[in-house]
Every structure is written in C-alpha cells, then in structure tokens.
Design a protein around this ligand. Structure first.
Ligand code: DMJ
Length: 635
C-alpha cells in the first residue's frame, strides 16, 4: 500500500492490492476493513465520516416517509385524516415538482416578508399575476410553517385542487373527520395567536387605538384604547384571564370618555359600546356597564339632526355632532347598524331614549322610497332623511350590516318585530333576483353589485358576512333555501382565500362570467390588500355551528395558518398586508386593526370550540363587531 501523496486527498486502496491473501469470509472482511480504516490518515477518516453523515441526512426524509406509509395503518383512514401532522424532518429543497396530491411539504420558510425582508418583486403585469394565481391552490395545499415554527402538513385536507370541485356533499367532504385532539391544538393555536398579537399591543401600543407592529409604535383614531376594548370579551372567551385582568385594570384606571375628540358614531358604537356591553354580560362586572352608559350617553348628540337620521361624527367631550366635512350624508350601513347596542343599553338602564333614537332610524328607513326589492342605496341625507346617490346596490361596504342588523334585531327582540323580518326577507329575495350570479368556468355562486341597472361581478370581502347571516336566519326558522345559499356562498368566500398565492383573500374580487374563462376569480391591482378582516371566519363559525360539517373547521385552520405565515410580525402583533398575490413580498402595511382581536381570532376560537354553550346562539346574538349581546328574555 502506497501512502497517499498528499494528506488532503483521500486515497482508498482495495483488497488484493496489498498484503494478505483474499478470502471471502466475514471474519476476513471485517479485519480487512478495519485494517484499511486504521491505515487512513485522521483527515481522511474525518472526511469519510462527514460524507457518511451528509448522505444519512439527505436520505432521512425519504426513509421516514416510507416508514410513515408502512406504519400509518389503514390506508383509507390515512387518506381521509385531516389532522395536520407535525413533521420534524428537514424539507428537501430541490425536488422536482410533484403532482399536488403527492406533495407533502413546502420548502417555504415563513413569514418570509416580515422576518426576511425580501426585496419586493414587481409583478411585470396583471397577466403575470394571473399566471401565478393558477398555481395558488397548489401553493395553499402545501405544508406551511405553523405558529409553533413547525412545518405542518396541510395536504390531508378535503379540498381538491380545481376551482369549485370541493362542493358540499362531494365524497372528499363527506369523509372529513377531525380528532378531538387536533381541534384542541387548533384552539391553542388561536390562543397563541392572540397572545402574540397582545404582546405587540402591550409592548408598543398599550392604551392606544391600534398597534403598528413593524414600526413598533401605534396609531390613534379616537384615542380611546380601541384595540384593548375591542379585545376584552375575546380574552374572556379564550380563557386568557391574566391578559383580561391587566386590560380591566387599564379600563378602571385609565379609560375616560371625557375627551375633546371626534369619534365615528358607528365605529365607536359597535366596537366600544358593544365591547363594553358584552364584557359586562360575560363577567357581570358593573365597571363595564358604567363605562358603556358613559360612552352611550356621549354618543347621543349624533341624533340631533333635522331628520333624526344621525350624523356620522360626534365630539364626545363637547357633546356636538356633525356630518363629514364634504357632505351632509351619512352611510346607510352606519346609521342602521347601531341598533343592537343602543337597544340593549336601554334595556339595561331602563332609559328609553337610546332605543327610541335608533328605532326611529329603522322606522324611517323601512318606509323610504328608493329601495330595489328591499335592497338599499349606500347613503342617506341627515337633513331630509332621503336616500342619496340612488341606483347603486351592494351587499358590501356602506350597506352590508344594514341587512345583518335587520335579522339580528329581530332575533334580539324575540322574533316579534315583523317589520324587521319583512325587510330582511324581502332584501334576501332582492339579492337573489338582482345580485346573485355564478362564475365561469366553475360556477361559484357570488353576490355582485348593481349600478343604475348595470350588473358588476365585483364582490367585497365584506360580503362574506352573508353566509353566516343567512345560516343564522335559517337556524331561526327562515326558509331552508337560505341555508343552501349560505353554503354556496361560504364555498365562494373560501375560494377567495385559497386561490390566492398567500391563501389570504384580497379586499375585493371580480368574478369571470363569460364562457371560455380559464379562472373564476380576478383581482385588480388596487384590491390586493388584506386587512385581517373577520367576515369569512365569522361565517365559517356559523356554518359549523349549524351543520357540524368539519370541513368548515379545516378551512378556518388553513386561514389561520396563512395569517400566521404572511401577517405575523416576529416582535409581536400581526399586520395588514398590501398584496395577497405575492407570497415572497406581501408588503406589510404596518397596522393591526382592532377587529383582528375583537372578531377574527374570536370567531376562529369559537369555530374550533366543541362547546355549543360557549356563546350559545340560542342565548346571544353577535353585534357586527363580534360582541355577543343577550337575546332578550320573552317576558
Ligand atoms: C368591522 O368593524 C365590522 O365587522 C363591520 O361591520 C365591518 N368592518 C369591520 C370588519 O371587517
């Protein structure tokens, strides 16, 4: 055997070249190998060991994959399981793309933008965006990084990869089964998400309206601790007692409404008054009722208008109110979505003026001309009480919660107020007759808009409250076809998420209706943002409560994972993003809306809860900011 000429090269000499005669016994082979090994230099041995180690690592996933296949038991059960496996092994980076059904893991690390700060990749054109979108479902089906930082395999889900294939009743959906354990983990994931959001708020925005998680600061809207108040009942429902107590201490010591500040009547009613009232009901603590009375009475000047249709803005310190600077109009949804809260305030205080003021608005709107089959325009004038900007009908921004509150007031009051029910039923017929269409090529049912007789296939994410509201109506005895429609729209709202590259819905989508379309959903450049809105998970909660179909939980779980992947900020908090179509750079907006804590996380938790009595829908009705208020006792 010749010594290697240079110590940094590996020289392997084979048997037969050196001393000792060859025989093939095990004993000889062992001795021979050992001799050869001893003859190698230390460097050579180290290099061989490193090589063997690398080979071992590289083959580990394939081996474990095979082992999993061998040990998972019944293949039928295995393919139907939706429990997300936590997979500790490393992910191979350079495999050729597999068919979607075979993909198990993503090699993405998340959240890519918020942690790695990659440079924004400009989309060359809308066409490029659309091309990328065609892979979005596949993207959404890959494993993602969980809230714990583990890779979670989401390929166990029920949805198929083609648009519109995952219809209710499809064999895949019928097979969905979730273990109690997996749903418990999902609930924990929501608690963890809340804690993470709360950490950001506490560290950088305590007592202020909204967290700006990237700049580690805050923004003020009303200067009233909006996020803290909006989140109070969520903490209670999620069982986060410690966090709740520290927030309560702030309410007791710091929250004052005696401030020279303009607030929006609708926003402060649904978030602050609604949040305080529901927290009072859940806790029985009169601190919250006292605060609710204070803000409620300070909002009342808004109703001092010639028409009794309230102004949009109130100065809660001065007791003055006014419309926006540029108009004397108010938004229809705003003046008709404050009723649940003021009615409840009257019931609790035995002071009738609150209920009287909001009932007057409903009475007037009930009688107004300018509706189309029960559909309302978006603006109403505070001087003459008439609709303005007539001829435009939408279930989205500026009209949405009008419809929601027709049904919910009827439920709140014990299903006795027939005018509310009539208006609601007529409006749903109006939706069916004027706004409902199917997309091409896969026939997703959607709610478009009407502008002076012209149909537009545009749908706001806000409209995704509708499946939940329709389901709630059907549960309360309204026509069964409302539930059918709810299920169809629920599917559409989910597709608005899962067809995007980030698995998060844009603010607005447009549906294709012409034959020959290759995809159902288009997104305009200006509409690609996601504000952490709740409407889809809100509806998932209702649909699951009433149908017990586990696929709705599975959908919610995917959405939560995508929020974690693309909107979670490592130092605390979650952020709105500008571009749901660019998973490499979703472009964070640096703002966590209060409704993410008030609504989105609350509905996700309730979706994953197995306790139907945790906010029973026979006892509570949620206001439009997800604050549960009691259904009034019949006496
Ligand atoms: C919330 O403030 C309410 O749900 C409102 O009705 C609509 N907009 C936001 C959430 O998207």
């Amino acid at each position: 055997m010749h010594p290697p000429s240079r110590q940094d090269y590996i020289s392997i000499n084979f048997a037969g070249q050196g001393s000792g005669s060859y025989n093939n016994s095990k004993q000889w082979r062992r001795q021979s190998c050992w001799r050869k090994w001893k003859q190698l230099s230390r460097l050579q041995r180290s290099l061989i060991l490193v090589l063997l180690f690398i080979c071992g690592i590289a083959s580990y996933p394939a081996v474990t994959e095979q082992l999993r296949g061998l040990t998972d038991g019944d293949p039928e059960t295995k393919s139907n399981s939706v429990f997300p496996h936590v997979l500790p092994e490393a992910v191979k980076q350079d495999q050729p793309p597999l068919p979607t059904s075979q993909r198990k893991l993503s090699n993405k690390r998340g959240p890519p933008v918020l942690q790695n700060r990659l440079q924004k990749k400009e989309n060359a054109s809308n066409t490029v965006v659309e091309d990328k979108a065609s892979d979005s479902k596949k993207e959404g089906e890959e494993g993602v990084i969980s809230w714990r930082g583990a890779v979670i395999d989401t390929d166990q889900a029920t949805e198929s990869t083609k648009d519109g294939e995952n219809k209710e009743g499809s064999p895949a959906n019928q097979k969905v089964q979730l273990s109690v354990k997996s749903v418990a983990i999902w609930r924990e994931a929501v608690q963890e998400a809340f804690r993470h959001a709360w950490k950001g708020y506490k560290d950088f925005a305590w007592g202020h309206d909204e967290l700006r998680p990237l700049s580690k600061s805050y923004s003020e809207w009303f200067g009233l601790g909006l996020t803290l108040i909006d989140a109070l009942d969520t903490m209670w429902i999620l069982g986060l007692k410690e966090e709740f107590e520290e927030a309560k201490t702030w309410v007791a010591a710091e929250l004052t409404f005696n401030k020279n500040v303009d607030v929006n009547l609708f926003e402060s009613t649904i978030r602050i008054l609604g949040g305080l009232l529901s927290t009072y009901h859940l806790t029985g603590d009169t601190l919250f009722l006292d605060k609710a009375k204070d803000i409620g009475s300070r909002l009342m000047p808004a109703f001092n208008t010639p028409s009794k249709i309230p102004y949009s803005d109130v100065n809660i310190g001065k007791g003055t109110a006014h419309p926006p600077r540029w108009t004397s109009d108010s938004t229809v949804a705003e003046v008709t979505s404050i009723q649940l809260e003021f009615r409840e305030l009257s019931r609790l205080t035995q002071e009738p003026q609150y209920q009287a003021a909001v009932a007057e608005v409903m009475k007037q709107v009930h009688k107004l001309d300018g509706k189309l089959d029960g559909l309302v325009p978006m603006f109403i004038n505070t001087n003459n009480g008439q609709f303005t900007h007539q001829g435009i009908y939408t279930l989205g921004a500026r009209a949405d919660s009008y419809y929601e509150y027709l049904l919910k007031q009827w439920i709140q009051g014990g299903k006795k107020e027939n005018e509310l029910l009539e208006d609601y039923l007529q409006a749903i017929e109006g939706v069916k007759n004027n706004l409902l269409q199917k997309s091409s090529p896969n026939g997703l049912t959607f709610v478009g808009e009407l502008s002076h007789g012209q149909f537009s296939p545009k749908m706001d994410h806000l409209v995704c409250f509708l499946p939940g509201t329709l389901a709630l109506g059907a549960y309360n005895g309204l026509p069964a076809d409302h539930m059918d429609l709810a299920k169809q729209l629920m599917e559409t709202c989910y597709q608005m998420y899962i067809q995007m590259e980030t698995g998060l819905s844009p603010e607005i989508v447009h549906f294709n209706m012409h034959q020959g379309s290759t995809r159902d959903i288009e997104v305009k450049l200006a509409d690609r943002h996601n504000l952490l809105r709740p409407e889809t998970v809100e509806s998932l909660f209702y649909l699951y409560r009433f149908t017990k179909d586990q696929k709705y939980r599975e959908w919610g779980w995917r959405i939560l994972q995508n929020f974690n992947k693309y909107t979670k900020v490592s130092s605390g908090g979650y952020t709105s993003i500008n571009n749901v179509r660019d998973p490499d750079y979703p472009s964070p907006r640096d703002k966590m809306e209060s409704f993410f804590l008030g609504e989105t996380l609350k509905y996700l938790y309730l979706l994953f809860s197995d306790d139907p009595n945790l906010i029973s829908l026979d006892q509570y009705v949620f206001n439009t900011e997800a604050h549960p208020l009691p259904i009034w006792p019949s006496n």
